[in-house]
Design a protein around this ligand. Structure first.
Ligand code: XMP
Length: 518
């Protein structure tokens, strides 16, 4: 892999994604990992990420043996802080200016070399640094300068080392992806051969080796992750896999049917659907506190899943077989956030299923552990899963239960389902699905307002549209959906959903608002 060394400033994930967008596999490692360990991973190249604004900052992070890394014959690119680390370690001068250069900056390219190959003489770059490199180390060619950084990019092709002071991984550096690709292809000599097809082949092989002839179960939520995970496992071990979908009645219009028909048709997965609508609704009766709702839904989900899993285990047992494995749609960001997660993951520490009882012991099969969300979608498409499932927006486990503000009842669910279906249909028709991360549609069930329709006064409920754009749901901004599209959605909802007489738009970013209302 290409190792992206995380110096702790949230840029490492972005860098890892850009490398993968260049069809080269990458993994993130913490800077606290010893250089010896990193080299044991036999990296094809290493990228040092951004971090604090200066190598002279108090407590600035360092590798335990920088000299060993630069002498190992492994191609290395330094980005921002990583660029300064490289400069300093190899004998260049990093000046303690204490001045900051921040935001959009013009870089003057004096000699594009290999690392900036194809660059015009000036390019716009995104800067965020304090001190700057004043002299490149011996053997390095200076490629670019900015007003605040006399040496803003350099390379030493013989040693396969290069670096840039700016952030090529952010979209504000329009030629950033090109710089990363130049490093990978021209400086490090790597091939763009990491594709969805290879990912699938590799996972299929791993799953077969892991599972052998044992049986596997999977909780299918209807979301992208569990669908793709199940499809890969199905491809690997066929009918040894049984999927369980718990229909809690809190799904959107058409979703259960979609799992039942489209997903099964495209994958051939063996599926058990448990109709548990009444169970969930009676458990939720009279409850309007958001956290209590979430806890109840989580608890009931586990009970039903446990029960179904036990059934599958018993049936398998009756045929003399063992069920030993549980599929989880864990993604790479979860793995990175829980500390790099090497070694065996324990079911109880996983929030997705929430903890199964002790008498049901499973080992985990996690075919998406190395993937980002967009990569999961690409793999899903490659596996032939219909676009309606693969292209789905994230949808929370507690479903519409946390999009009804107030008590959850069947009648209210039907109102929200109708409004949500209209909003989704119109956003798709306006070709906005690619711009919108997700658009929760929320029913303010305890709020009523006066309206007028036809000749009569109405006293109905408001519906909130919450379209957001985001890259990872950690932060988000409200989407600037064109007024005409909003007008159309509003007209249709107020005309077609009798109980709703007002449609409002949520214009709050995250933070301070979360994406969901509860
Ligand atoms: P918030 O509302 O915290 O949501 O900004 C961030 C993202 O997480 C989704 N979400 C959930 N997903 N189970 C899930 O699987 C949950 O309980 C849950 N709550 C929120 C939300 O839709 C958004 O994408």
């Amino acid at each position: 892999p290409v190792l992206v060394v995380d110096f702790g400033a949230q840029y490492a994930q972005l860098i890892a994604r850009r490398v993968r967008e260049a069809s080269v596999y990458s993994e993130i490692v913490p800077h606290t990992m010893s250089v010896a360990r990193m080299l044991e991973k036999d990296p094809a190249a290493v990228i040092l990420s951004g971090g604090p604004s200066s190598v002279y900052e108090d407590g600035a992070p360092h590798l335990d043996d920088e000299a060993a890394l630069f002498a190992a014959g492994v191609p290395v690119m330094g980005i921002c802080y990583g660029f300064q680390v490289m400069a300093k370690a190899l004998g260049g001068t990093v000046a303690k200016t204490g001045l900051r250069e921040y935001g959009r900056t013009q870089a003057h390219v004096s000699d594009a070399g290999a690392a900036l190959s194809g660059s015009p003489q000036t390019q716009e770059v995104w800067m965020s640094h304090g001190d700057s490199v004043h002299e490149a180390p011996e053997g390095f060619t200076v490629l670019a300068t900015t007003e605040g950084a006399p040496v803003a990019a350099f390379e030493n092709l013989d040693a396969q080392l290069c670096g840039v002071q700016w952030h090529p991984e952010v979209k504000h550096s329009p030629l950033g992806q090109a710089a990363i690709e130049n490093f990978l292809y021209r400086v490090a000599g790597l091939q763009p051969d990491w594709t969805s097809e290879n990912v699938i082949d590799e996972q299929v092989e791993r799953i077969r080796a892991q599972v052998g002839d044992k049986r596997v179960i999977c909780a299918l939520s209807g979301g992208v992750d569990s669908a793709v995970a199940a499809a890969i496992v199905q491809k690997a071990v066929g009918d040894q896999l049984t999927c369980i979908h718990v229909d809690h009645g809190l799904m959107r219009a058409g979703e259960v049917e979609q799992i039942e028909k489209d997903f099964v048709a495209s994958t051939g997965v063996r599926l058990i659907i448990r109709d548990e609508k009444e169970r969930f609704l009676s458990a939720l009766a009279g409850v309007s506190d958001p956290e209590t709702k979430r806890k109840i839904i989580g608890r009931e989900f586990i009970r039903v899943f446990e029960d179904s899993a036990r059934q599958v285990v018993e049936e398998a047992g009756a045929h003399g077989e063992d069920v030993e494995f549980l599929v989880q749609g864990t993604l790479y960001p979860d793995v990175v956030e829980s500390g790099g997660g090497e070694g065996a993951a324990n079911i109880k520490s996983h929030h997705n299923v929430g903890g199964l009882p002790d008498d049901l012991q499973f080992s985990l099969v996690e075919p998406l552990r190395t993937l980002f969300k967009d990569e999961v979608r690409a793999v899903g498409r490659e596996l032939g899963i219909p676009e309606e499932i693969v292209g789905r927006q994230p949808f929370p486990g507690p479903g519409l239960g946390i999009r009804i503000i107030g008590e959850v009842t069947w009648e209210r669910l039907e109102i929200l389902r109708a409004a949500d279906a209209i909003a989704r249909e119109e956003l798709t028709k306006a070709d906005l699905d690619g711009d919108i991360w997700q658009c929760p549609v929320v029913l303010l069930a305890d709020v009523r307002s006066v309206g007028v329709q036809g000749d009569g006064r109405t006293y109905g409920h408001p519906i909130v549209l919450r379209p957001v754009s985001s890259e990872d749901a950690m932060t988000a901004d409200w989407s600037r959906v064109p007024y005409e599209v909003l007008a159309h959605i509003s007209n249709r909802i107020t005309n077609e959903v009798a109980e709703v007489n007002r449609v409002v738009l949520d214009v709050t970013s995250k933070p301070p608002g979360t994406i969901e209302w509860e």
